[in-house]
Design a protein around this ligand. Structure first.
Ligand SMILES: Cc1cc2nc3c(=O)[nH]c(=O)nc-3n(C[C@H](O)[C@H](O)[C@H](O)COP(=O)(O)OP(=O)(O)OC[C@H]3O[C@@H](n4cnc5c(N)ncnc54)[C@H](O)[C@@H]3O)c2cc1C
Length: 324
């Protein structure tokens, strides 16, 4: 079973979540005697072939074009489909980033096959590929199979470990004949909101604060704790709706989905729509003055008390511990 992985390059950098996706594809395909190929689209992308080879890719297809500098749904989908035809893959994987979620549907539509988004588990049973994905805001998991081949899957970032296997990939330029119709929708420019900060969806530690922090100026407590931990910052929707923080920081059903190693929720109630965006975090620490707050049901560790008092102590203590 050959698997093709679409690897995402942003600002000249290969996304960590793409390496995680590639590693999972290698873990699945290798025992079955399959190979893993990678499709790259953009400009100056071949430089990443070495890293992809080290992570187990046998073959890299590079679709180079100045027109692909920015993401364009249909053109990128066409590039992936062309790579798939060349490689003969039984499945196509990509990371469930903003780009990957869009692209998976496009690739599935072009191939007339099924796409499963935001998968948190993949396995092969009796020769069938099965994907596990959260449903009902993460309250339950569904295991989905595919009626047609190739199956298209986007894999949730930070769930699957990236692993170097020490190989080398063969690189092939893939010439794709693009037409203007392939660029009916394309990204014109990108305005980065988190310049210099850790990207929320890929961060291994996230510190989020909710309405219980009481005032926008108190968010400096969240930011100070995040700075000590090298963490990305998040917010609940109540905070965003109040205009205290931008929507780019919102975690949850109508915000971003995160799955860090450590998620610290400060004065967040833990509504189902918030849990939908962070429930798969490996360790969850909650600080809330209400011992019955729903967030404690999801938390690994809980601190009951006033966040305005607890968070500064936590920040100072961690600063000392991490410095020693
Ligand atoms: C369709 C839909 C989509 C939604 N999408 C999202 C989403 O994407 N993300 C999201 O977050 N929400 C979402 N919501 C909103 C969600 O239902 C909650 O209203 C929201 O998450 C509440 O935010 P909060 O926990 O910050 O505020 P609150 O519910 O007001 O909770 C504040 C918490 O802080 C605690 N607290 C208060 N003071 C202190 C203190 N001094 N110290 C410690 N703790 C304190 C309180 O005990 C309470 O638990 C959505 C709702 C709907 C209907």
């Amino acid at each position: 079973m050959n698997i093709l992985v679409f690897a995402e390059v942003r600002d000249g950098k290969l996304k960590k979540s793409s390496l995680e996706t590639l590693s999972e594809a290698v873990r699945l395909a290798k025992p079955l005697g399959g190979k893993v190929g990678v499709a790259l689209a953009g400009e100056g992308i071949k430089a990443h072939a070495e890293t992809l080879g080290r992570h187990g890719a046998a073959q890299v297809y590079a679709v180079e074009s100045p027109r692909l500098k920015n993401y364009a749904s249909e053109a990128y989908a066409k590039a992936v489909v062309e790579a798939h035809k060349k490689f003969g893959s039984a499945a196509i994987f990509m990371a469930a980033t903003a780009m990957g979620r869009d692209l998976a549907g496009g690739v599935g539509a072009l191939l007339g096959t099924g796409a499963a988004a935001d998968c948190t588990g993949v396995k092969v049973e009796n020769g069938r590929l099965l994907a596990r994905r959260p449903v009902y805001s993460g309250k339950a998991y569904a295991t989905v199979g595919f009626k047609k081949s190739p199956a298209v899957l986007s894999l949730r970032p930070n769930v699957f470990p990236a692993q170097e296997t020490g190989g080398q990939a063969a690189v092939e330029d893939l010439a794709v004949a693009f037409e203007d119709a392939d660029f009916r929708s394309a990204v014109q420019s990108v305005a980065a909101t988190s310049q210099g900060k850790v990207e929320l969806t890929e961060a291994s530690i996230v510190v989020t604060a909710g309405r219980g922090l009481q005032a926008p100026e108190n968010f400096k407590l969240r930011d100070e704790l995040a700075a000590v931990l090298g963490a990305a910052v998040g917010a609940s929707r109540a905070v965003v709706d109040n205009g205290w923080r931008p929507h780019s920081e919102q975690v949850g059903q109508t915000g971003k989905t995160v799955s860090p190693n450590l998620y610290i929720a400060i004065a967040v109630s833990g509504a189902i729509q918030h849990l939908a965006g962070m429930r798969t975090s490996k360790v969850i620490v909650a600080v809330n003055k209400d011992p019955d707050a729903p967030i404690f049901k999801a938390a690994t560790y809980g601190i009951v008390g006033d966040a305005l008092e607890i968070v500064p102590v936590l920040t100072q203590t961690l600063k000392k511990v991490l410095a020693s």
